[in-house]
Design a binder for this molecule. Structure first.
Ligand SMILES: Cc1ncc(COP(=O)(O)O)c(C=O)c1O
Length: 405
């Protein structure tokens, strides 16, 4: 649960590194599996064939995915997983003879990584600005689901806002649904934007109606963050493609993946020409033996220690502790789901982000690592956290909030 700073102070990790370290730091079960893999097989390609650890890791990941999404494509990061999912969507429609489906729909303020595909479907304006002229064409964005007027201080899923999914129908009417390959959303975003009740269900209905693939970007939600293996399981909405990374192997070795519905996979395979690759896409380090070994050991550990269930059982205490800061200075919104919470702060006039930087610094000095961006701070601790540590995090934040101007 802890880092140690360069001056020797113990720092409680309130954000699992960067949403990665779900089982806590330096777990011997994982490091010894990685070490054993490295001494046995340092590298092997996984393009035309693969090594046993790659298959074992794929089978273990597939077991945790929603029904039907049992075909796994390994990447080295969440960004690569997103770009891979977008390319699979295009390949799927091409295999079905619908070559005109080349458009994508993302959502304002969603983050989908740093690749050109992810930046294009992403809706974070500062991330797009320097590259705006060269992003993918045929990409449109639904409006953000963030609305403080209706949903500030919601506990869990807000009740207001399912109708925001109907904006997808408006976009489709404008751009012609038969030209759209996929809709991509993060079921819960890193800035803790939580889908209103019924919103994801509605997106699923609309995409299915128009033959459009639905991609859930679960880079931060897969592997227990919401108390289930996936956000898809938590919300009971099944996408066609699901991207993951980070907690897939507890952040130990770079790895991401896409889970594709068997129907999508079979369509692409059935239409590939004999002697040709099924999908001309892949990475040198896909399913690297160390990453695969780390994944196998990590997923075993999650199961052995019941960490997804643990996250679910701690979620009410986490919610109570986070929302207890409602009356603290500068607090504009608190939102939470599973073992995850975010606090939005009033910005200083002409000083956006200053307050959250000071809160980050103050918490660090007081021995707690949080995450901040803009005037927003996020909490997503390892799933092994104890209730006393939850109290410590939010008590520290309260004290620092009181001291910041
Ligand atoms: C939802 C989402 N998608 C994609 C990414 C990109 O992942 P990576 O940084 O591993 O490339 C992130 C990273 O935080 C993310 O939160």
């Amino acid at each position: 649960m802890y880092y140690r700073s360069s001056d020797g102070q113990q720092i409680l990790d309130a954000c699992a590194g960067l949403w990665c370290v779900a089982a806590g730091h330096c777990r011997e079960e994982i490091t010894s599996a990685v070490s054993a893999a490295m001494s046995k097989l340092d590298y092997a390609p996984t393009t035309q064939f693969a090594h046993p650890l790659a298959f074992e890791a794929a089978a273990k990941v597939a077991k945790l995915m929603p029904e039907g999404l049992d075909r796994i494509f390994f990447t080295n990061s969440g960004s690569e997983a997103v770009d891979t999912a977008l390319k699979i969507a295009l390949a799927y429609h091409q295999a079905r003879g619908e070559n005109q489906r080349i458009g994508f729909i993302g959502r304002e303020r969603s983050y989908h990584g740093s690749g050109f595909g992810g930046t294009s479907v992403g809706g974070v304006s500062v991330n797009r600005k320097a590259f705006a002229g060269a992003l993918l064409p045929h990409v449109h964005h639904m409006p953000s689901i963030h609305n403080l007027e209706h949903n500030a201080f919601s506990r869990g899923q807000p009740t207001w806002g399912a109708h925001l999914a109907d904006d997808l129908e408006k976009l489709l009417a404008l751009h012609d649904p038969s030209t759209i390959a996929a809709v991509i959303v993060d079921p819960m975003a890193g800035n803790v934007f939580i889908p209103p009740q019924g919103y994801l269900q509605r997106l699923r209905e609309i995409t299915a109606k128009h033959g459009i693939l639905l991609i859930f970007d679960e880079v931060i939600t897969a592997f227990g963050r919401l108390g289930k293996a996936t956000a898809s399981a938590f919300f009971d909405v099944t996408p066609d493609l699901l991207t993951m990374a980070k907690a897939i192997n507890n952040g130990t070795v770079p790895m991401g993946a896409v889970a594709a519905h068997r129907r999508v996979y079979d369509t692409i395979i059935a239409n590939s020409a004999p002697g040709e690759a099924d999908l001309y896409h892949g990475y040198t380090y896909s399913a690297h033996p160390t990453a695969a070994a780390a994944t196998i050991a990590t997923l075993d550990l999650y199961q052995k220690e019941g960490l997804f269930e643990r996250a679910a059982s701690l979620a009410p205490a986490f919610e109570r502790a986070a929302h207890a800061l409602r009356d603290a200075p500068h607090v504009k919104d608190i939102r939470n789901l599973g073992l995850c919470a975010g606090i939005e702060l009033e910005s200083r006039p002409n000083g956006i982000g200053e307050r959250s930087q000071e809160i980050f610094d103050g918490c660090f000095e007081a021995g707690v690592l949080i995450r901040h961006a803009g005037d927003f701070v996020a909490f997503a601790p390892p799933l092994i956290i104890e209730e006393a540590q939850i109290e410590q995090i939010f008590d520290t934040v309260r004290k620092v909030l009181m001291s910041v101007k």
